[in-house]
Design a binder for this molecule. Structure first.
Ligand code: G3P
Length: 219
């Protein structure tokens, strides 16, 4: 499972990219609104930091508006993937854009049927918003499991992107269920590295190494 960062923060993306395990970035209008930067310049800078897919979202309401936006966003950089919202307009725009060779990330997917529509429209990614399903008292991971099963049964090539992940266990579960990608906030990415036994173990190794060095040098 590939790890993406769900952020528009250049600092966060640079820090995560420096670990060597970051494969892409997803943004959305809410995340973009938190940064003091013009949108196209922001996407262009993110694309220069990360060589993998960088999602930039359409804000048009009609299929024609979205298609026009998609063509323009796709020109920013080769690794731009255009996000289009689930719905009749988004699906129609996705089908046309995909036929033109534009990679589309179908976003705001909350059900297996919506995921089927995304795949039939030729989406490159299908973003299932798991945390938001949990928020309304349903099981986001059950929806993810169904989508993964359906895509495998049908031989769909659209990649399943587990989104709206809120904590490290969401990442573990998404991987167990066979998601292709997990996109997560920076804080969740940082937490993936952490385990109290790792910290204790590393400290003990260093102490023992120092003792050993003192013993052989007689210092
Ligand atoms: O990638 C989708 C994600 O940004 C939504 O996350 O936490 O706003 O539900 P959240």
């Amino acid at each position: 499972m590939k790890l993406f960062l769900d952020t528009a923060s250049i600092d966060e993306i640079k820090e995560a990219a420096a670990t060597g395990v970051l494969s892409g970035v997803t943004t959305n209008p809410t995340l973009a609104s938190r940064e003091k930067m013009e949108f196209r310049s922001m996407i262009s800078e993110i694309c220069s930091i990360v060589s993998g897919p960088v999602s930039a979202e359409c804000v048009g309401k009609t299929r024609d508006e979205m298609l026009e936006e998609a063509r323009s966003l796709a020109e920013i950089a080769e690794n731009v993937v255009v996000k289009m919202p689930m719905g009749e307009e988004g699906v129609a725009a996705c089908a046309k854009a995909s036929a033109e060779g534009i990679k589309v990330n179908m976003t705001l997917v909350f059900s297996p049927n919506q995921a089927i529509l995304a795949a039939e429209a030729g989406a490159y990614f299908c973003s299932a918003f798991l945390g938001r399903i949990d928020d309304i008292g349903w099981h986001g991971m059950d929806v993810l499991a169904e989508i993964v099963e359906i895509y495998a049964n049908q031989g769909y090539t659209t990649k399943v992107l587990a989104a709206s992940l809120r904590h490290p266990l969401h990442v573990t579960e998404a991987a167990r269920l066979g998601a292709d990608i997990a996109t997560m906030p920076f804080e969740v990415f940082k937490k993936m590295f952490k385990h109290p036994l790792t910290d204790i173990g590393a400290e003990r190794f260093l102490q023992d190494w120092e003792k050993y060095q003192r013993a052989i040098t007689g210092a």
